[in-house]
Structure formats: structure tokens, C-alpha cells
Design a protein around this ligand. Structure first.
Ligand SMILES: [Zn+2]
Length: 306
């Protein structure tokens, strides 16, 4: 790793992170990300260039707008820092290659989607569908090297030419997108039946089509399984917290016995969880990020285990 180049990539990541903040704020509201320039969400005052330096400006202004002193969410500095670390990690893992560019783009989109889903429960098409197209295009430049590439040449004899790996790679990306999308679509339908509320929307379907196009079938399945485990743990943890809080409240306010309070709080916690918006996009996006860096390692380890 060249330290000067690493520093430049880190700085580039900070700049892209700053742009990503604009996307996270504006895309769910359908405002252009280009025009107007950065403004304070409270007083709408134009933010000057010297107050718009990633991370540093936020620290110097102690997380407040220079004009109206309204608090600026630490999310701005966090996203900038995470994007810079992501770019650096891609460079460290894949070197100065097209693969680094591909995974920087995927990671950038995933970060944006994780934060928009957490803040607004929306996964903008401008990120997911653009990502799907980019993932398919990148399969022509960086081999996806998934099931089709590994097994199809053994099953049918293909004309051996330089172009054939690109064809196999595109097929891998298309299959990843199709499997990712249909898996989530099916899971969403089952979830709707079982719980009577919409758990996963089309945003999640498009998100997983994008992830599938970038990562191929195996890592897409890994992402979905890991995300469903993480989501279940999060659901149980939320249920537990609501239960504890309501039990305590019932004992203090209503002077119920511990046994009654626990029992009734459990019933009402179950009802409350039903209405709780589960941020599935956050788990899918987060696990896709882990799959990007560690998925293949995990799959190799898992195969050896079997
Ligand atoms: Zn302001």
C-alpha cells in the first residue's frame, strides 16, 4: 500500500462522503442533489466552502450552524468518515484495480441506503436502480466469478474466446440480481401473510437486485441469511426493551404486582412490536457490506466445515 496514494484515496472518500450526505438528505425528498448548493436545513442559509470541509468543519463549529446555531447531526461527520474508511479499506483489499473502483461504488451506495432507510424508511430508486445498472455494467469489467462462471463451462462447451468470461460474468450478475430480488419479494409476501403488516417493500427488492448484480448469487444469499439473523436478534432485543420498560411503568404507576405487570407488559410489547417499523434495508445493506469484504472468506470456511 502506497501511503501517499492511501492518503489521497482517504481524502477522496471524505469528499464523496460529503456528497453522500447531500444525497441522504435530498433524495428521499426528491430534491436535486446538484442545485442549490449546500444549505442549512434550519435557516436555509447557504453554507460557505470553508464551512463545508468534511469532518473538520463539523468539529470546528462544534456541530452547529454558523448562522442560526441549530444543531447539525453528527451523522454528517460520521458518514464522511465512514466513506473515507470504506474507500481506504477497498484500496487495502483490492489494490489499485478496477475491483477497487467497483467496490467503492457499491459501498458508497450501501452506506447511503443504510442511512436513508434508518432516517426515513425509504430506499430511493435513484440509488438502488442506478446501482443495479452499474452492477451489471461492472460485471463486464470485473469478473463476478460466481456459480455460472464456475459450473456452466463444464456443462456445455462454450466457444473459447476472450469475450466468454464477460458473458459468464454478466450471466452471474443477472442471476444474482434475479435471485436477490425474488428472495426478498417472496419473503415480503410471507411476512405480510404471517404478521399482517408490510415488512419489506419494493425498495428492499430493488436493493437486493443491486447487491446481487454486484456480488453474484452466493454472496447475495449470504447477505439475506445474515441480515435475517441480525434482524431477528434486533427484533428480540427491541421486544425485550419494551417489555422491561412497560413492566416497570405498570408496577410504578398502576401498582400492579410484579407477576401481573410482567404478564400484561409482555402482551402489550408484542402488539407494540407489530407496529414497529423494522429497518430491513439497514440490515440488508450492512450485511452486504460485510459480504463485500469477508463473504468469500466466510463461504470458504463454511464449505470446509461441511
Ligand atoms: Zn442555520
Amino acid at each position: 500500500m502506497d501511503p501517499a496514494l492511501a492518503l489521497a484515496i482517504f481524502a477522496l472518500g471524505l469528499a464523496f462522503g460529503s456528497f453522500l450526505n447531500v444525497c441522504i438528505y435530498r433524495m428521499p425528498q426528491d430534491i436535486s442533489v446538484v442545485f442549490p448548493g449546500s444549505f442549512c436545513p434550519q435557516c436555509k442559509h447557504h453554507i460557505r466552502l470553508y464551512d463545508n470541509v468534511p469532518v473538520l468543519s463539523w468539529l470546528i463549529l462544534r456541530g452547529r450552524c454558523r448562522q442560526c446555531q441549530v444543531r447539525i447531526s453528527p451523522r454528517y461527520a460520521v458518514v464522511e468518515l465512514l466513506t473515507a474508511l470504506l474507500f481506504l479499506a477497498c484500496y487495502a483489499q483490492f489494490g489499485l484495480t478496477l475491483a477497487t473502483l467497483k467496490y467503492c461504488i457499491l459501498g458508497f451506495l450501501l452506506l447511503g441506503l443504510i442511512f436513508t432507510d434508518a432516517e426515513t424508511q425509504l430506499l430511493p430508486d435513484k440509488m438502488t436502480l442506478t446501482g443495479l445498472v452499474l452492477g451489471l455494467l461492472f460485471s463486464l469489467l470485473v469478473p463476478v466469478n460466481d456459480l455460472v462462471s464456475q459450473f456452466l463451462p463444464g456443462l456445455v462447451s462454450l466457444p473459447g474466446s476472450g469475450a466468454s468470461w464477460r458473458l459468464l460474468s454478466v450471466l452471474d450478475a443477472l442471476m444474482g440480481a434475479a435471485v436477490g430480488a425474488s428472495f426478498i419479494y417472496g419473503a415480503g409476501a410471507i411476512y405480510l401473510r404471517a404478521r399482517g403488516v408490510e415488512g419489506m417493500g419494493f425498495g428492499d427488492v430493488k436493493l437486493m437486485a443491486m447487491v446481487g448484480a454486484f456480488l453474484g448469487v452466493r454472496l447475495t444469499i449470504f447477505t439475506i441469511f445474515a441480515a435475517s439473523i441480525a434482524g431477528s436478534l434486533f427484533g428480540l432485543w427491541t421486544l425485550f426493551i419494551i417489555w422491561i420498560k412497560r413492566t416497570r411503568r405498570r408496577m410504578q404507576r398502576n401498582h400492579e404486582s410484579a407477576h401481573d405487570a410482567r404478564h400484561r407488559a409482555w402482551q402489550s410489547a408484542l402488539v407494540a412490536l407489530r407496529g414497529f417499523p423494522m429497518p430491513f434495508g439497514v440490515f440488508l445493506g450492512g450485511m452486504a457490506m460485510i459480504a463485500l469484504f469477508y463473504g468469500n472468506q466466510f463461504l470458504r470456511w463454511y464449505w470446509r466445515l461441511l
